[in-house]
Design a protein around this ligand. Structure first.
Ligand SMILES: Cc1ncc(COP(=O)(O)O)c(C=O)c1O
Length: 428
């Protein structure tokens, strides 16, 4: 499967740029994130684990829509639920029973869930969690660890903070993962409303770390928020909190919850969630019924078909084979796979005169050419098959050979047909 003609994508990009800044609605889907000349940039449709671009090329999708597509594209059970609800209506003038059904379901499967509210994006619910924590504690400062969305309170603490008032930037402090001492120094000031963190991304939590964060929060009167936007419905049905056995005060779910439909949830203990009645967290589409019906169907299927078990075993096999190829080609100083099996993250490394961005550009260029759509991680889903796995591994092996020639035989300038992707802000 060689996908080399992306001329229609290139044409559409030029057209898009006339009306759409960056040519995309999502930073991570924009042309600046991919090798400039050889990447597909616009897709037409998907089925299971596959997607097709506007030039007619077929890819095994390892981006999975940036992780919502946990069951794969066009899942029949989720589609049925959406179509069934579509006959009845989408956005109603009052609430529906579906909202209660979904809230009850989440309370039954997520360890920390006693009360629930819904949003449309991950950012909606991480921002709601921060407002709740501020309301509950009467404090303003926030400690963060990971990526939490596009709102001022978080993005102000990154290097891409243009447009965020300085006063807001100063309220958020990033803390390093697995470092309880630095966190304690902050929390001891008693100025912190909350610690919000991804339970785990590139690095495994050290023994006792997550519980240690919760204990520090409780000692110093801060709210412990787990951002499970990625780990929810992926690490376990009840999220990473179930997998790691730590119960946060509040947690945030999104992405996989509706298999591609826009829905998210903030869940937490009753006494903090009670503040929802006092703060303002409200939107026209919060109870939009197609997404809620899709979420019920998605979660039911994840539960009935042991989807998270399959993600663990598929991811483990894939990671084992990939690591073997990296070892065989002496590429451990060039590329690595971090994280846990359901969500492996690629690390591209600086080596000799080549930057990690040269490596990334060549890697994506070669994988894409071989029909694998990938960027920074292995976003596997339930629709990926063993045949897909074989093809991913075969493409990775050929790409590894090319990476090896590029760095070990100094052939980078001949092999890299794209300008190097430009460094962007890093959140993990
Ligand atoms: C861990 C985490 N939190 C929050 C968000 C923000 O979610 P959204 O893009 O749906 O607003 C993301 C998005 O990638 C995420 O990965």
């Amino acid at each position: 499967m060689y996908c080399t003609d992306v001329s229609k994508s290139q044409e559409l990009l030029q057209r898009a740029l006339k009306t759409i800044p960056l040519g995309s609605q999502t930073f991570s889907k924009a042309y600046i994130q991919y090798p400039e000349k050889t990447s597909p940039l616009f897709l037409t449709h998907g089925q299971g684990s596959r997607v097709w671009d506007v030039d007619g090329n077929e890819y095994i999708d390892l981006v999975s829509g940036l992780l919502p597509n946990v069951l794969g594209y066009n899942d029949p059970d989720v589609n049925f639920a959406i179509q069934h609800q579509l006959q009845k209506g989408i956005s109603f003038s009052l609430s529906t029973e579906l909202e209660i059904q979904l809230a009850e379901k989440l309370c039954s499967i997520i360890p920390s869930a006693e009360k629930i509210r819904f949003g449309k994006n991950g950012t909606d619910v991480t921002s709601a969690a921060i407002r709740l924590a501020r309301a509950y504690t009467g404090r303003d400062k926030i400690a963060t660890c990971g990526y939490h969305g596009w709102q001022d309170w978080y993005i102000g603490s990154t290097t891409r903070n243009k447009g965020v008032p300085k006063a807001v930037c100063g309220l958020t402090s990033p803390v390093p993962y697995n470092d309880l001492n630095q966190l304690e120094t902050l929390l001891k000031t008693k100025e912190y409303a909350a610690v919000i963190m991804e339970p785990c991304n590139t690095t495994m939590p050290a023994a006792g770390y997550l519980q240690g964060v919760k204990d520090l929060c409780e000692t110093h009167g801060s709210v412990f928020i787990l951002d499970e936007i990625i780990t929810g419905f992926r690490f376990a049905l009840g999220g990473a909190q179930q997998y790691f056995g730590v119960t946060p005060h509040l947690s945030c779910f999104g992405k996989a919850m509706g298999n591609g439909m826009p829905i998210s949830a903030i869940v937490g203990c009753t006494d903090i969630m009670k503040e929802m009645e006092e703060i303002f967290f409200s939107g026209t589409f919060g109870g939009e019924a197609l997404s809620i019906a899709a979420a019920i169907a998605t979660i039911d299927k994840i539960e009935k078909e042991d989807v998270t078990d399959q993600l663990w075993s598929f991811g483990k096999e894939l990671a084992t084979q990939i690591q073997t190829i990296i070892n065989d080609h002496d590429l451990n100083d060039v590329i690595g796979i971090l994280g846990l099996d359901p969500w492996r993250i690629l690390s591209y490394k600086d080596i000799d005169s080549y930057t990690s961005f040269d490596i990334k550009t060549l890697f994506i260029q070669e994988m894409t050419k071989r029909g694998i759509l990938i960027n920074g991680s292995f976003n596997i889903n339930f629709a990926h098959t063993i045949l897909d796995q074989d093809k991913i591994v075969a493409a990775f092996k050929q790409t590894a050979e090319i990476l090896s020639r590029a760095v070990h035989k100094n052939e980078m300038s001949n092999l890299l047909v794209n300008p190097t992707i430009k460094p962007l802000f890093k959140v993990r």
